[in-house]
Design a protein around this ligand. Structure first.
Ligand SMILES: *Cc1c(COP(=O)(O)O)cnc(C)c1O
Length: 453
């Protein structure tokens, strides 16, 4: 089949996620055929740097020899058997590896297939845990979440989500979540300035947790940085205060590390930046190195034990997705974690972070850049129409998208969140290639800024 035939098939039959298909039908689209290291190749052989790690998942590069070989060897043994009533080798190995690297409170691994399912599981378990804990806790039914949160696209996740554009239409289908303010210093919800504010947002959050504690089973939050809402980074100290207040009020702390886990923020997990010990942690995206869909929800021993009992006590967690614990995906994940050790990857990321941060600061020279936010190898560049008033561009101008189209012409694939340009290279990227990616993005922003004048 010729490349243009493939293009036609895509155009005729595929409905793309998070995509206005009317735009898609009009545009010249890229169809990827293969990958190698940090590069993607389309069906015409054009090469692009994968500037968003294929939606935040890629760790060791594409077509990694070790992961390829491990998966091939596993295929020759078995590809899938169910985890309902049976164990399997790679999922057992992976569970041990996950517990070894996770915050020390976490002792048990429940598998699923995507970030969204890992969050659904966290919410259902938190709810059921208090249902079973005794009469004293029977009022604990509510979930606390943060403003502008993103936890996935299934209805439970959307209920705790807080992005108007994605979520508001589904309101009649959702359960209601309580909200604490997520710190967004560039557009502070309280009109204050860090550090003079003394983390006023944390004080407000603490009040909400205290007042609603007796009725709340859990609080879910993206630690250190919110991803999908626009790469919104937390000021130091906020996360620790939330952790402490949850503990004091017997509200389970669920960390959604789906985006931040596995080295992305410069630590294996974002929790480690402030030594936070959650009761529940959701991981997905980077877990398999960006190879295959697999996710996990990690639990403390105490929560796990709350589900033990005689079968007729009905304490069983009746939940499980058909492909839960899939051997191929678990093998990819085990091998990815081995590569973290073998390649000293966390250390290498830490070495690269100051360079990433400093180079990103140069974007502030461009007059449509309002704010640059970064942690680890994760960054957002927020574009604004007016730097002084922080007035955003109009939605229909698609300023962020224009930048990504320019970048594409220069050989880098990036994907914006509205008018926030996301930079998320594969974690194995070296300094030279990272420099090249940043310079392509810089020139693209500059060109779009020039075109607006
Ligand atoms: C991507 C993401 C999810 C959802 O994961 P899927 O695999 O897309 O279902 C949940 N939480 C956060 C923080 C994410 O970034």
């Amino acid at each position: 089949m010729e490349p243009w035939d493939i293009e036609k098939l895509d155009g005729e039959f595929v409905w793309h996620p998070f995509t206005q298909m009317l735009d898609w039908e009009k545009e010249k689209n890229i169809v990827i055929e293969r990958g190698e290291g940090i590069y993607l190749y389309d069906i015409y052989g054009n090469r692009y740097i994968d500037g968003v790690s294929s939606l935040w998942v890629n760790v060791h590069g594409h077509n990694n020899k070790e992961i390829n070989e491990a998966i091939k060897a596993q295929i020759d043994r078995i590809s899938h058997s169910t985890l309902l009533g049976l164990g399997n080798v790679p999922s057992a190995l992976l569970a041990k590896k996950l517990i070894d690297i996770a915050p020390k409170t976490l002792k048990k691994v429940f598998y699923s297939d995507s970030g969204s399912t890992s969050v659904e599981i966290a919410i259902k378990v938190a709810f059921q845990y208090f249902k079973q804990k005794g009469a004293k806790y029977k009022e604990k039914k509510k979930i606390i979440a943060a403003t502008s949160a993103y936890h996935g696209d299934t209805l439970g996740c959307v209920s705790v989500g807080g992005i108007e554009l994605f979520h508001s239409i589904y309101k009649p289908l959702l359960f209601e979540a309580l909200r604490i303010p997520y710190p967004y210093c560039y557009r502070c919800l309280f009109g204050m300035k860090y550090p003079g504010c003394m983390l006023y947002c944390a004080s407000e959050a603490e009040k909400i947790i205290k007042v609603n504690g007796p009725e709340s089973c859990a609080l879910i939050i993206e630690p250190m940085i919110q991803g999908a809402s626009g790469m919104i980074t937390m000021p130091p100290g906020y996360m620790k205060r939330i952790e402490r207040t949850c503990k004091d009020n017997e509200v389970l702390l669920i960390l959604d590390e789906v985006a931040t886990g596995f080295g992305r923020t410069g630590e294996m997990f974002a929790a480690f930046h402030e030594d936070v010990n959650p009761d529940i942690m959701c991981v997905a995206k980077g877990i398999s190195g960006g190879y295959l869909p697999i996710a996990a929800t990690l639990f403390s021993r105490e929560i796990y034990e709350g589900f033990l009992g005689n079968y007729e006590d009905n304490r069983t967690f009746f939940h499980g997705h058909t492909y839960t614990g899939n051997q191929l995906a678990a093998t990819a994940a085990v091998t990815s974690l081995e590569l973290f050790n073998k390649n000293d990857l966390i250390y290498k990321i830490k070495e690269l972070v100051p360079y990433f941060k400093e180079t990103l600061q140069e974007f502030n020279d461009i007059d449509i850049v309002g704010d640059v936010r970064t942690i680890g190898l994760m960054a957002g560049i927020e574009l604004t129409k007016d730097r002084v008033t922080k007035e955003p561009f109009e939605q229909k101008e698609r300023t962020g998208k224009k930048v990504t189209l320019k970048a594409r012409e220069s050989g880098a694939i990036i994907r914006p969140l509205g008018d926030v340009i996301v930079v998320m290279p594969p974690l194995s990227i070296d300094r030279k290639n990272l420099g090249e990616l940043l310079s392509i993005i810089y020139d693209s922003v500059k060109e779009v800024a020039g075109g607006l004048r």
